[in-house]
Design a protein around this ligand. Structure first.
Ligand code: FPP
Length: 231
C-alpha cells in the first residue's frame, strides 16, 4: 500500500506553544523518523512525504534556510539507519535549485539504498505536481522530436512513466494533517483515484496510533475506481 502525506501544521504547532516556527519543523523532522519506522508493521510499503513544495521558497529566508538545515541533518544522520532498515530512498521534485551539498547528500542516500527491498520512501523536495507534469511533458516531447516515440502512441502509462514516481504505484491514500482540505500541488497526476484523509492533528502530533486509525478508516472503505461493484 502506498501512502502520501502532506505534513502540515508545524508552524501552528509551534506558534500555539509560543515557540519559533522552526522548532515546529524540528519536531516535524523527528516525527518523520517515527512515522518511517512505523510503516512496515502497519502494512505500508511505499511512503511519500511532501517535505518542501515549489511554492515554499516564498517563505521568509530564515525559515527556508532552517528547513534546508533540517534536510541536511536528516539526510546525513539517518543514512546508516535507513540503510540498515532496508529502506529504499528516492527523491521527487526538481533538484536543480538545491544547494550542491544537499544534492550530494541526496545522491549518497539514494545510491546507497537503491537496491533495498523494504519500505520505499519518497521524499518530495522542491516538488510541485504541475512542475512535475511540465518536466515530464518536456521529456516526452524531446523523445518525440528524436523519433523515439510517436505522438499518437502516447498513453496514460507514457505520462506516468515520465513522472518522478516513474513505475511506482499511485498513492492509495493521501493524508493531510492540520485541518486544511486541499492538495496544494501534491501528486496531481498520481492522486486521480486516491482516497483522502484530512486530519485535525498537526504533523508534530501525528503519532503511529493516529496513522493506524487513518489506515483502519481507509481499509473500511470500498474503492471502485469508477466502476460499479455488484453488492
Ligand atoms: C508544513 O507546515 C510543513 C513544511 C512546509 C515542512 C515539512 C518539513 C518537515 C516535516 C521537516 C523535515 C522533513 C524531512 C523529510 C526531514 P507549515 O509550516 O506550513 O505549518 P503551518 O501551516 O502551521 O504554518
Amino acid at each position: 500500500m502506498h501512502v502520501g502525506i502532506i505534513m502540515d501544521g508545524n508552524g501552528r504547532w509551534a506558534t500555539r506553544r509560543g515557540l519559533a516556527r522552526l522548532i515546529g519543523h524540528k519536531r516535524g523532522a523527528q516525527q518523520v523518523k517515527t512515522i518511517v519506522k512505523s510503516c512496515p508493521p502497519l502494512g505500508v510499503d511505499t511512503l511519500t512525504l511532501y517535505a518542501f513544495s515549489t511554492e515554499n521558497w516564498k517563505r521568509a529566508a530564515h525559515e527556508v534556510e532552517g528547513l534546508m538545515k533540517l534536510f541536511r541533518g536528516y539526510l546525513s544522520n539517518n543514512l546508516v539507519e535507513l540503510h540498515e532498515k532496508n529502506v529504499c530512498v528516492r527523491f521527487l521534485g526538481d533538484p536543480s535549485p538545491l544547494a550542491p551539498d544537499i544534492l550530494d547528500l541526496m545522491e549518497n542516500l539514494s545510491s546507497l539504498t537503491k537496491n533495498n527491498t523494504g519500505l520505499n520512501l519518497n521524499v518530495a523536495i522542491n516538488y510541485g505536481g504541475r512542475d512535475e507534469l511540465v518536466r515530464a511533458t518536456k521529456s516526452i516531447a524531446a523523445k518525440v522530436k528524436r523519433g523515439e516515440i510517436e505522438a499518437a502512441e502516447i498513453t496514460e502509462q507514457t505520462i506516468s512513466d515520465h513522472l518522478d514516481t516513474k513505475t511506482q504505484d499511485d498513492p492509495d491514500l493521501i493524508i493531510r494533517t492540520a485541518g486544511e482540505m486541499r492538495l496544494s500541488n501534491f501528486m496531481t497526476w498520481q492522486s486521480a483515484y486516491s482516497e483522502f484523509a484530512f486530519l485535525e492533528q498537526s504533523w508534530p502530533d501525528f503519532s503511529p496510533e493516529v496513522f493506524e486509525k487513518a489506515l483502519q478508516n481507509y481499509h473500511a472503505r470500498t474503492r471502485q475506481f469508477g466502476a460499479v461493484i455488484a453488492k
